[in-house]
Design a protein around this ligand. Structure first.
Ligand SMILES: Cc1ncc(COP(=O)(O)O)c(C=O)c1O
Length: 459
């Protein structure tokens, strides 16, 4: 049987091992969704999301033997690729135990080494991004003695009460859960594409946001009561909004002027995702607190914060933690994850391959009638669907479905009713695989345009 046909013999193909999956160059799909996936979809109500049976590198295999490129890295949780052989080997040699373990100490030391800030630091671990945001909120209040917090509109920081208080992603995430933690003031995140001041017009609103903040400081938000400013270096779930460098630096200046901790929320932007180890490094800003999660454990649950330790706190312990937050399995994997990123030069690969993908996305935008924005930083990229004044999340969903049929798993989301395709593959992606991704996106978008009888020129 020809190779081509073999790859389509879904159901009869033997399951692939993670090591074999790592070597794949392109997706292998037949009937999508296949019978097992359809049966699971009926139970979950989900669609266009492969239910994973096996995974390796960029690839996930579903229960029907279809193999998809994971263009979202398990929602940015596996920057080093699924089932990295070094993580798998380490897991095989682990004793399942609990108590004080050297790996917890080693992780803390490594985190202090690799995060920005030439000062004394402390670390605190949690097991989710939400938990780490809560820790950052508590740490900032505890360390500064100040109760108020600044956060940004559209941000998604998680679902626990602290994380929910600083988030402002969608009403549906907060409705019915009040009362919420008080003391949080939200400001607009400068979205060049969709200004809250001018409605549908675009343009740089960075200066306006800074003025608004200064205005607040002079009237109803005493800056000496503000302990923290929660900031995502790229606003993620809001629709992948990339702020100007000058804006981020102006925010940092305001923080330093008023003694406010700049909290860089790097749950999604950390660990090489944006072409630097930390997203905030793209702006030459040094945060007092950095929040980590998702990719931290190399696929295992782990999150945490690294905070500046002021002189008066050196002899005090930040009284926060969870029974399993420093568990040896996740700690060891997290230390190994850092070494893998370093040994395999994944930060620089993120920059190089990310640039290649972005070139492709820009061409797609230029050729397409339904893509109005192509942006990215390292391997955190997006295509926004619709037009500036007429977002089309419905088309975005159709594009995601077409990608799925062609063996590329992606997602779409965005605040304010936008449909932004999430493109965040594992950082181990090669140039060849990047072309497969871009070609599949282009084909899927053309298919939607054809089905919707749209012209493929950006008029
Ligand atoms: C930027 C950001 N912060 C925090 C979180 C919450 O992380 P978790 O789902 O691990 O609680 C997410 C999750 O998507 C996120 O994208």
């Amino acid at each position: 049987m020809a190779k081509e046909n073999l790859s389509r013999t879904v159901g009869r193909r033997r399951e692939m091992r993670p090591a074999e999956l790592w070597k794949l160059k392109q997706p292998k799909v037949g009937e999508v969704p296949g019978p097992r996936q359809s049966e699971i979809n009926a139970r979950t109500g989900m669609s266009s999301i492969p239910v994973i049976k096996n995974a390796g590198g960029l690839w996930i295999e579903d229960h029907d033997g279809n193999i998809f490129m994971d263009a979202v890295s398990g929602r940015c949780a596996v920057n080093i690729g699924h089932c990295h052989p070094r993580i798998m080997k380490l897991l095989g040699s682990m004793t399942v135990t609990h108590g004080v373990h050297e790996s917890r100490v080693a992780l803390s030391e490594r985190l202090k080494e690799i995060t920005p800030g030439n000062w004394e630091k402390t670390t605190s671990l949690a097991l989710s991004g939400s938990g780490a945001c809560d820790a950052a909120l508590k740490y900032s209040r505890w360390a500064t003695g100040r109760p108020r917090v600044i956060a940004f509109a559209g941000a998604y920081h998680g679902t626990t009460y602290g994380a929910m208080a600083v988030s402002s992603y969608k009403n549906s995430m907060i409705e019915g859960f009040g009362p919420h933690i008080p003391g949080v003031s939200h400001f607009p995140y400068p979205n060049r594409f969709r200004s809250p001041f001018t409605g549908e017009q675009d343009g740089d609103i960075s200066e306006k946001v800074i003025s608004l903040m200064k205005y607040a400081f002079d009237t109803y938000l005493p800056p000496e009561e503000v302990g923290a400013m929660f900031f995502e270096p790229v606003a993620g779930d809001a629709g992948w909004i990339f702020p100007d460098r000058g804006f981020v630096q102006a925010l940092a200046d305001l923080c330093h002027k008023h003694g406010i901790y700049f909290v860089s929320e790097e749950v999604q932007t950390g660990y090489g995702r944006t072409g630097e180890m930390w997203g905030i490094e793209n702006y030459d800003v040094t945060p007092e607190v950095i929040v980590l999660g998702k990719a931290m454990g190399g696929g295992l649950p782990m999150s945490g914060i690294v905070g500046k330790l002021e002189d008066d706190l050196v002899n005090r312990r930040f009284p926060h933690g969870h029974t399993f937050s420093g568990n040896p399995v996740s700690c060891k994997a997290s230390v190994e994850n850092i070494s893998i990123i370093e040994d395999e030069n994944l930060v620089s690969n993120s920059k190089t391959i990310g640039r290649k993908v972005l070139d492709g996305l820009e061409k797609i935008r230029d050729d397409s009638a339904i893509i109005c924005r192509a942006e990215g930083m390292g391997m955190l990229l997006t295509l926004e669907v619709g037009s500036r004044n007429n977002p089309r999340p419905d088309y975005a969903t159709k594009i995601v479905e077409e990608c799925y049929k062609r063996g590329v798993y992606t997602l779409n989301m965005g605040a304010w009713g936008t449909g932004c395709i999430r493109i965040a593959p594992p950082l181990v992606m090669t140039a060849e695989q990047a072309s497969v991704l871009v070609d599949t996106l282009a084909e899927s978008i053309s298919e939607v345009e054809k089905n919707e009888h749209l012209h493929t020129s950006n008029s």
